[in-house]
Design a protein around this ligand. Structure first.
Ligand code: SIN
Ligand code: CO
Length: 376
């Protein structure tokens, strides 16, 4: 696979971010030259049949759509027709090293924005219908060919009662046939429709964009464990009310003043964001080592083989804090530099001399299954 130099065609990463990212679509022919895909349809179907992996099967019969949710029994795929269905598997980068390596080509976008790699397989005619997504996506063609149609339309009306988001009125403005290695970038809310021309696998590299509502709700959840207000509601000057059932203005005023005492600072904001964005999704489970090395064996193993993040690990950092799978760890400068280097490229090479603080944290994370020694 490789190569980041052709990933955006003639454009530099800087030009792409300035002119296209979140703004307009970009088609790149041979973005990943000779890309044949990372797995075959049979292997993708095996993933769709695996516990803890999110997958969907979308079947189209005339104008009717059906959606089934995995994990599936393998025989589910034995009785499907030869056309007009598609299976989509989320989070493949949590299970395949090669998928995690593919995502590294997109490292010019911060990890905090990265969602996951979804891979779809469809025989001829398969697709999920005309729709729009709420986030940025790079659609990289693996096996076969896909006919992509796109539209900048602002009519987002969806078909009523359909089990998936299908646009009622899709007005195609551009279309292309994508072949293996070609890639189409789409900003959020850009209408698109991809139809398999033949046996076809598409790799969707998606970038998360939390809604303002989601951020606000989650921040309030964070705050509820943080706030600490002393005092008890009091009314030593209580007067007789003509209507005892009425909530008095005095009471309202006092409660308003109590609530206004809820404060947060930049540290709370950072702490919330780092923990929230690195928090594993609910279907993610880590595999701690069955027979863990002891501390000195572990240090020796790092020296010999280096260390890497488990595929499911999300590691972010800011200031002096490392966010590891939803947990915050404040560290000194040398440890911060070492751990940030690990977070950037998801591995540290062997023979890297590490501070004691870093080694202590790495050992705890190793026991949790978040990192493990070994060459990449
Ligand atoms: C697909 O791979 O079939 C769907 C990708 C998308 O439209 O977002
Ligand atoms: Co889409």
């Amino acid at each position: 696979m490789k190569t980041s130099s052709s990933l955006l065609g003639e454009l530099s990463k800087h030009q792409f971010l300035r002119d296209y990212w979140q703004k307009k679509p970009l088609l790149v022919r041979q973005a990943v030259p000779q890309f044949q895909g990372l797995l075959d349809p049979r292997e993708l179907i095996a993933l769709a049949c695996t516990e803890d992996i999110q997958s969907r099967l979308v079947i189209q019969r005339n104008d009717q759509w059906e959606v089934h949710h995995g994990p599936f029994k393998p025989k589910k795929f034995d009785h499907l027709r030869k056309h007009n269905w598609t299976v989509l598997v989320q989070g493949v980068n949590h299970h395949l090293h090669s998928a995690a390596t593919l995502l590294q080509l997109f490292d010019f976008i911060p990890h905090a924005r990265m969602d996951d790699l979804m891979i779809s397989y469809a025989p001829k005619g398969g697709g999920v219908g005309p729709h729009f997504d709420s986030y940025d996506v790079f659609l990289l063609q693996g096996l076969g060919k896909r006919h992509w149609q796109i539209s900048a339309q602002k009519d987002y009306k969806l078909v009523n009662g359909a089990p998936l988001k299908i646009l009622q009125n899709f007005h195609m403005e551009h279309d292309w046939i994508l072949e293996s290695g070609d890639m189409l970038y789409l900003p959020p809310h850009y209408a698109h429709n991809g139809i398999a021309e033949n046996d076809c696998m598409t790799y969707s590299i998606g970038f998360r964009a939390p809604t303002h509502q989601e951020l606000a709700e989650q921040f309030l959840v964070y705050l509820q464990d943080k706030i600490c207000l002393d005092g008890i509601y009091s009314d030593p000057d209580l007067k007789i009310q003509p209507h005892p059932s009425e909530i008095s203005s005095d009471m309202l005023r006092q409660v308003e003043m109590i609530i206004q005492r809820i404060k947060w600072n930049k540290n709370d904001m950072t702490h919330f964001l780092g923990s929230y964005l690195s928090e594993p999704k609910s279907n993610i489970f880590f595999d701690p080592p069955e027979e863990p090395l002891d501390h000195s064996e572990f240090e020796q193993a790092i020296l010999t083989d280096g260390i890497q993040l488990a595929l499911k690990t999300q590691m972010l950092c800011h200031g002096n804090i490392i966010y590891m799978n939803g947990m915050a760890h404040a560290v000194d400068k040398p440890a911060y530099r070492e751990l940030r280097a690990l977070a950037d490229v998801r591995r540290l090479n062997s023979r890297t001399a590490l501070s004691q603080e870093t080694l202590e944290l790495l050992y705890i994370w190793y026991q949790n299954g978040y990192v493990f020694p070994g060459p990449f």
